[in-house]
Ligand binder design. Structure first.
Ligand code: DGY
Length: 425
């Protein structure tokens, strides 16, 4: 096990990915998350790319083996049974083959595919694998832009906190308060046997999010009805920006592979999302999630506020406002980037997405700042990330004040970011 004090080398990070490899897919962590997770795999593939390109493509292909007929790519694929996780396939009750959950996750995969293709050492292999994946990527993005945007507003709907991948953000407090819990699942939780309760979501959160799963089951997992009828419907700033960036990358990929029809379709999605982003900007210049049921912007600002940079979706003036905001945050914590505004009333530096820093967010945020010419901020985020893993190991997330490692250990996406961002250098 790699922990605080043990230097992380490229070899140890590679070894960790290999150890979490279950044959074609990689578990985020052997105890807490013993199946394949959607956006984890997209980052994990970036790590594999650095030493095994074929295996990187396989990670994405295995993820898409769980794709539903309507194009949705689930957030968990239960390829084979494993103990230690709740909610498993029975709780989801989707009856899909292979067994899957019924919601999706931030669509990072197209951006990974473009990187694998564009920076391939074996160009022929990359072209072959990309050609096969392209229609599946297009189908998934179409699902977001059609099933999850029934009015073609340019803002896609997220129907579950787990779908955002940033489960217990303060953004979801108000929308979740409107969900009346009909079950108590506290005794079924298994995460607390692996991780300190103060670092995980609360029982109340679990009761509400499992109530949403019950609602979706009652709708027969019908995508169109879920998008219109579930009690939780938000536009998650994270999904919105990650999708927009992934659409841009998909457009480049489709064009490079000569699929003009697909490129044209993706071009329409990009135009619509670009136009819609202004609706997520608050008067103070920050970007926020939107509750689609109440039409209210979230009172909280989270680290996703920096993702419009990653999406290449704003002008230089808006980018400068985000650079100022970043400086304000960094005057309050030692390590970039806290997941929630450190000045926000419910900022909690140890509890999952309510404060801790996460390497995958750091990677995307630094990419965005670098693209807009804020090289110093980008280097600061990378240097902080390197120090976090140097002092605390390949943990799931980190306290942004002390740098203490939190959540699961031996975490695949942290190893992947170390490899693809070369944090051992
Ligand atoms: C969990 O179980 O904590 C996951 O984040 C759900 O995807």
């Amino acid at each position: 096990m790699t922990g605080g004090g043990t230097p992380i080398t490229r070899e140890s990070a590679e070894q960790m990915l290999r150890a979490n490899d279950r044959g074609g897919y990689t578990v985020p962590n052997a105890n807490v998350y013993p199946f394949q997770w959607n956006w984890d795999s997209a980052f994990v593939a970036l790590g594999f790319r650095t030493f095994d390109e074929a295996r990187a493509w396989t990670e994405l292909e295995t993820l898409f083996s769980g794709q539903w007929d309507d194009g949705m790519v689930p957030h968990i694929i239960f390829h084979r049974p494993a103990d230690g996780y709740y909610p498993g396939p029975d709780a989801w009750g989707t009856n899909h083959t292979p067994l899957t959950s019924g919601i999706s996750q931030p669509p990072v995969a197209a951006s990974t595919a473009l990187k694998l293709f564009r920076e391939a050492r074996d160009g022929q292999l990359a072209r072959r694998r990309a050609q096969k994946l392209l229609p599946k990527l297009i189908a998934w993005h179409r699902w977001w832009h059609e099933t999850r945007d029934p009015d073609r507003s340019g803002l896609v709907t997220c129907v579950h906190p787990w779908e955002s991948g940033r489960d217990n953000l303060p953004d979801w407090d108000a929308p979740l308060a409107a969900v009346t819990p009909v079950i108590d699942v506290s005794a079924l939780r298994k995460d607390l046997t692996h991780v300190n309760a103060a670092e995980r979501p609360t029982n109340d959160f679990y009761n509400r999010v499992m109530t949403l799963v019950e609602q979706a089951r009652a709708l027969g997992w019908d995508g169109a009805r879920i998008a219109r009828d579930l009690d939780f419907r938000v536009c998650d700033l994270g999904i919105q920006c990650i999708l927009l960036r992934a659409d841009r990358d998909l457009h480049v990929l489709a064009s490079a592979l000569g699929d003009d029809r697909a490129a044209t379709e993706v071009g329409h999605w990009i135009a619509r999302s670009d136009a819609a982003l202004a609706r997520l900007r608050a008067p103070d210049g920050s970007f926020r999630s939107l509750d689609l049921r109440t039409r209210k912007l979230s009172p909280a600002v989270t680290s996703a506020t920096f993702l419009p940079l990653y999406a290449r979706a704003i002008d230089n003036e808006a980018a400068s406002a985000l650079a100022n905001l970043f400086d304000r945050w960094m005057a309050r914590v030692r390590f970039a980037v806290p997941s929630t505004d450190p000045d926000f009333v419910s900022f909690d530096p140890q509890r999952y997405w309510r404060g801790p820093a996460w390497l995958v967010m750091n990677f995307m945020i630094a990419d965005g700042f670098a693209a807009y010419g804020f090289a110093e901020i980008a280097s600061r985020i990378r240097a902080d990330s390197a120090e976090l893993v140097r002092t605390s190991g390949l943990r799931e997330y980190f306290d942004p004040r002390s740098g203490v490692g939190l959540g699961g250990r031996d975490f695949s996406w942290s190893a992947a970011i170390v490899l693809c961002w070369d944090l051992t250098a």
